[in-house]
Design a protein around this ligand. Structure first.
Ligand SMILES: Cc1ncc(COP(=O)(O)O)c(C=O)c1O
Length: 357
């Protein structure tokens, strides 16, 4: 191990620590028992988000997983199918809860870059015979930005087509939009305009926005009423939720525009690493705050590569067998990115030189 002045943590944008201003907002939050609907800070946050995303109603959740799982529970009956891309979080990380809590089958597509088309959905639905007594697909789930494809954006034009098609088929569209605001900042499309082409959408406060917890599910009044019941059932109805809401409100009012800094930093990392030709980086697909690195040319599994980088003070996430994910966020600077790139390159050189077994 070399001299390490600072650990540079690029595993995820969830690793941030609340700023002093956010801590102050949490400390001074006005709270009440929201079991009785008394928490004004939560009520304010939900109204703010519903308005920002152009939805009738919103409900604060403890996590993105809870938003997704409750959306699934609201739209489906046990045994129903949901259609989504294989790469999406609802499959890749939430296959367990989706089948255990939601009791749904995941009808998976393999769309280029995770950007589903009406044809993919048509194939998923009609690819097998559906007699009267067979199960049905009752929900379409999308993701924006698409985590498994390195934070790629689900383009508005594709979303419009899908939404129209799904409407014709009577399929509601839930958007797992935990990093939706990254897409809004990168495309300069307002959340309201983008979210128009979804029936419900969730977004996270604890990823790029830097809050310690919280996600919000937004949709029609009737959907959110139903979601409130399941949130209670699933143990997510907090009492003095205003502490969480205050952090979320600080995050959404102060940390959205600065996501463009994270996007610049991710691009910088991609450019610096791409210049060395170790990782097959396609700069075209570095659209927001993530970079995916292939370790195939190094002939090393991602988890081994991640261990070697950790020894040098750079933390990365082993996404799949030969893919490593690096994510920029509020707690890494441009200088940190340059240092991280230098160390990652040095590790790669050492691997190819045989200095590291
Ligand atoms: C696209 C997406 N959806 C859902 C989640 C789950 O969020 P949480 O970790 O808050 O449960 C994540 C987490 O990274 C995510 O990237």
């Amino acid at each position: 191990m070399t001299n390490i002045d600072k650990i540079i943590d690029l595993r995820s944008d969830t690793v941030t620590s609340p700023s002093p201003e956010m801590r102050e907002a949490i400390y001074t939050a006005k709270v009440g028992d929201h079991g009785y609907g008394d928490d004004k800070t939560t009520i304010e946050l939900e109204a703010y988000c519903a308005d920002l995303f152009g939805k009738e109603s919103a409900l604060l959740m403890t996590s993105g997983t809870m938003s997704d799982q409750i959306a699934i529970r609201c739209y489906t009956q046990p045994g129903d199918e949901i259609v989504l891309d294989r790469s999406y979080h609802i499959n890749y990380f939430q296959a367990g809860p989706s089948t255990d809590l939601g009791k749904v089958l995941l009808n998976l597509c393999d769309a280029e870059g995770g950007i589903l088309t009406p044809e993919d959905i048509e194939e998923a639905i009609t690819g097998k015979y559906r007699g009267e007594l067979f199960n049905r697909a009752t929900l379409l789930c999308l993701e924006n930005t698409i985590n498994g494809y390195g934070g790629r954006i689900f383009p508005l034009e594709n979303l419009k087509k899908i939404f129209t098609y799904a409407g014709m088929k009577g399929l509601p569209v839930h958007m797992d939009g935990e990093r939706f605001l990254n897409a809004c900042i990168a495309t300069k499309i307002s959340p309201r305009e983008y979210a128009k082409y979804t029936d419900s959408i969730s977004t996270s406060f604890s990823k790029g926005l830097g809050a310690p917890f919280g996600s919000i599910l937004m949709g029609s009044r009737s959907l959110i009423q139903k979601a409130a019941k399941y949130r209670k059932w699933y143990g997510g109805a907090l009492h003095q939720s205003g502490f969480m809401a205050a952090a979320a409100m600080y995050a959404i009012q102060n940390n959205v525009q600065r996501l463009e800094v994270d996007h610049r930093n991710a691009r910088l990392l991609a450019v610096l690493l791409g210049a060395e030709d170790y990782f097959d980086i396609d700069l075209q697909v570095v659209e927001t705050n993530m970079v995916m690195l292939s370790t195939k040319k190094l002939n090393l599994e991602s988890s081994h590569f991640v261990d070697l980088c950790r020894n040098e003070g750079v933390l990365l996430y082993p996404w799949s067998q030969y893919t490593v994910r690096a994510v920029s966020h509020l707690d890494v600077s441009e200088k940190d990115i340059a240092v991280a790139a230098e160390k990652i390159i040095q590790v790669s050189k050492n691997i190819l030189n045989g200095t590291i077994p």
